[in-house]
Design a protein around this ligand. Structure first.
Ligand code: NOJ
Length: 676
């Protein structure tokens, strides 16, 4: 009897003290439930009848005397519905549907503590964020912990890189069951038989980057990169967090065509965007990575006037808009990674005549891509930044590649006491720095390509001059990684992890895959055809043709594909996909009726049959096919390539043969004047 009474009491207690509000994705499949249970806020997510995130706590612990963890009551809730179609300035998809139901919850806690939480349910996932509004007696905000939990219901196979490591995001991805993870970077992607999830964040400003840490079992929580004094987030009076995002898809390919991260960013803030132009570029770059040339001055100096003109001639002849020049400025001598404070951004080396080089480039219809390697010496860079942008602008430079090479926790800052402290690349100090660069660049009409960046969180929607970034292991690892570079599966994982966050300057397109004269222990672990397919698979509005001009001049037939492939698309579709195994993507050019296909595989050879349903009805296309030769193999015969042409139409079933570690690239060109 006593027991029954107790159970009855419990039921009554939880009903009486639990409030729940739900929102639904527009197709009603995804349900987000916000619950306040005895003053403690939490959320859960389900899809159809399947629980995806079970009761997971929300809230903050502050250093200030303000309880944002429990003792809340619901002050107000509103539900809104939103549906718009917006157009990207440039991108992998021109028009994007932004359609969601939104729940705003205003919470009030002890001593009138105020916290707002906003949830959005989309067909392709969920986003939520916190706002600590201005309130009485709250001047400064110091976050000691963000309590957001992600409690999984299944032990998913997960694709991840670990967080808090010295080499930032530049690690190979691993796959393990979620129950074995430690603290991982986002995007972290998980899959089971009928479900794919990817955890990330959107609109990261004035806040540190979030990682996801396993607490126990399948319970995860947000773990933020701290300031050097241990505080996680510092703000004045009010704080808005980035969106915590969970992309939800039936199959891996649908993650690639989910634009949830972009949808959770604010619309474009730049009125005039006429100066923002996607492009392909070449540059004085790979030769330094091969040690054929040096960034520093001396007999092997790469950035000489003469060498720059050679690249300008090449770019002009083959239709590349940009020429990147690294190592042009003083400060690279000795150990620039340790001595970044010596880098000067307005003083070219004496053998690089920037006035002459830019004059020559202009004459040839080409533009220089500037380079600001900071060696993570931010104080030195910020002191020169405005002058440096003005300097480049004077010479007609409209794109700058920035760089922050150095250990992930060694960014020098001078604190309020005048002491030297060291910050993380991914902490709030640096997030704010990266953003200052984007905004100053916008002022000078400069596009940014950031290496050693903060991860992408979709800010390109708001700041479309933030073009592309690195933020993963790029092609350069094939030149100098002591463990032999990126394995064949690397680029079959990136599209489902790093690339979900946004474009990547992978610097693809190495044609001379083996280079014993420079680096006998390294090589590119692909076939030649796969090198071409990467231009479609990896999206970037600025894509490099990274190899030395002579390696293209001797291979003009496959090079034609790199010349042709666009960097701005109207549509993207995924034809087949398996994380870490293979992927086939088709994209339609934004400025013509052309379609392009890229297909890649890991170490395993594969054959696919694809129906060309994406092509226009009644039309014919010439398919220019660049595929692995019959005897191709990334290890033993990487150069074997077949280049053929075939007339195709919407109903054509095309057979694609991929060699081990191989790929296929196709351009579909509409046959003029043909109509069924
Ligand atoms: C690393 C960058 O990823 C690479 O592209 C650049 O060449 C070097 N840093 C030097 O800045």
């Amino acid at each position: 009897m006593k027991r029954l009474f107790f159970l009855f009491f419990l039921l009554f207690y939880s009903v009486a003290f639990t409030q729940q509000y739900k929102i639904y994705s527009p197709n009603k499949n995804i349900i987000v439930a916000f619950t306040l249970d005895r003053g403690i806020p939490s959320y859960s997510i389900s899809r159809s009848d399947q629980s995806i995130i079970k009761n997971s706590k929300l809230g903050y612990i502050l250093k200030e005397n303000l309880n944002l963890r429990d003792s809340f009551r619901i002050k107000n809730t509103t539900i809104n519905y939103y549906n718009e179609l917006w157009t990207q300035v440039w991108g992998e998809q021109k028009d994007i549907r932004n359609n969601y139901e939104e729940l705003n919850v205003d919470l009030e806690g002890s001593n009138n503590a105020q916290l707002k939480i906003i949830f959005r349910a989309f067909n392709d996932g969920v986003g939520f964020r916190y706002i600590i509004p201005e309130q009485k007696d709250l001047d400064s905000i110091n976050v000691i912990d963000e309590l957001t939990e992600f409690n999984l219901t299944k032990d998913y196979k997960s694709w991840f890189i670990n967080a808090f490591l010295w080499n930032r995001y530049e690690y190979l991805y691993h796959s393990e069951n979620a129950s074995l993870l430690d603290t991982v970077q986002t995007p972290v992607t998980m899959e089971s038989d009928n479900l794919c999830l990817s955890f990330h964040e959107a609109a990261l400003y004035n806040y540190p980057s979030m990682t996801v840490g396993r607490v126990k079992g399948l319970n995860f929580k947000s773990v933020l990169y701290p300031w050097s004094d241990g505080i996680l987030v510092k703000a004045r009076k009010t704080l808005t967090s980035p969106w915590r995002t969970i992309q939800i898809a039936d199959k891996p390919g649908d993650l690639i065509t989910s634009y949830l991260i972009l949808n959770l960013n604010e619309p474009n803030k730049l009125k005039d965007v006429s100066w923002i132009k996607p492009a392909k570029y070449v540059g004085i770059w790979w030769e330094m990575h091969l040690d054929k040339a040096t960034w520093s001055s001396g007999p092997k100096h790469g950035a000489t006037t003469e060498n720059a003109k050679k690249y300008i001639d090449f770019a002009s002849k083959y239709g590349f808009k940009g020429v990147l020049i690294e190592g042009w400025n003083e400060g690279w001598d000795n150990d620039w990674v340790k001595e970044g404070y010596k880098l000067n951004f307005t003083k070219p080396y004496p053998d690089f005549d920037i006035a002459e080089v830019t004059r020559y480039a202009k004459e040839k219809g080409v533009e220089l891509i500037g380079h600001h390697e900071t060696g993570r010496a931010i104080i030195n860079y910020e002191a020169q930044m405005e002058d440096a942008f003005k300097f480049y602008k004077k010479y007609g430079v409209n794109v700058i590649k920035t760089g922050y090479v150095g250990h992930g926790q060694t960014v020098l800052r001078i604190d309020a006491n005048g002491d030297s402290v060291f910050e993380w690349h991914h902490g709030q100090y640096m997030v704010e720095h990266y953003q200052r660069v984007v905004e100053l660049a916008a002022k000078y009409h400069i596009m940014i390509d950031a290496h050693e960046p903060i991860k992408d969180t979709g800010i390109r929607r708001t700041w479309p001059n933030m073009m592309t970034r690195e933020g993963a292991r790029g092609q350069e690892y094939d030149a100098w990684d002591p463990n032999g570079g990126n394995p064949p599966e690397h680029t079959t994982i990136l599209p489902f992890t790093r690339l979900l966050s946004g474009p990547m300057d992978f610097t693809p397109g190495i044609f001379k895959l083996i280079y014993p004269e420079y680096k006998p222990n390294n090589r590119v672990n692909t076939t030649l055809a796969k090198s071409l397919a990467h231009y479609v698979i990896i999206y970037s509005p600025l894509h490099m043709a990274a190899d030395l001009p002579e390696n293209y001049e001797t291979n003009l037939k496959p090079f034609k594909f790199i010349q042709d492939v666009p960097t701005d698309w109207e549509k993207t579709e995924v034809l087949n996909a398996q994380i870490g195994d293979y992927l086939t993507i088709v994209r339609k050019d934004r400025n013509s009726t052309d379609w392009y296909l890229g297909s890649i595989t890991d170490e395993e050879a594969r054959t696919f049959e694809v129906t060309l349903t994406y092509l226009d009805e009644g039309k014919q296309y010439t398919a220019e096919i660049y595929t692995d030769g019959k005897d191709a193999d990334w290890k033993t015969n990487p150069y074997s390539i077949e280049i053929t042409q075939q007339i195709v139409k919407k109903s054509t079933i095309l057979k694609i043969n991929l060699a081990a570690g191989g790929g296929c690239a196709i351009r579909f060109r509409e046959v003029a004047g043909y109509q069924d």
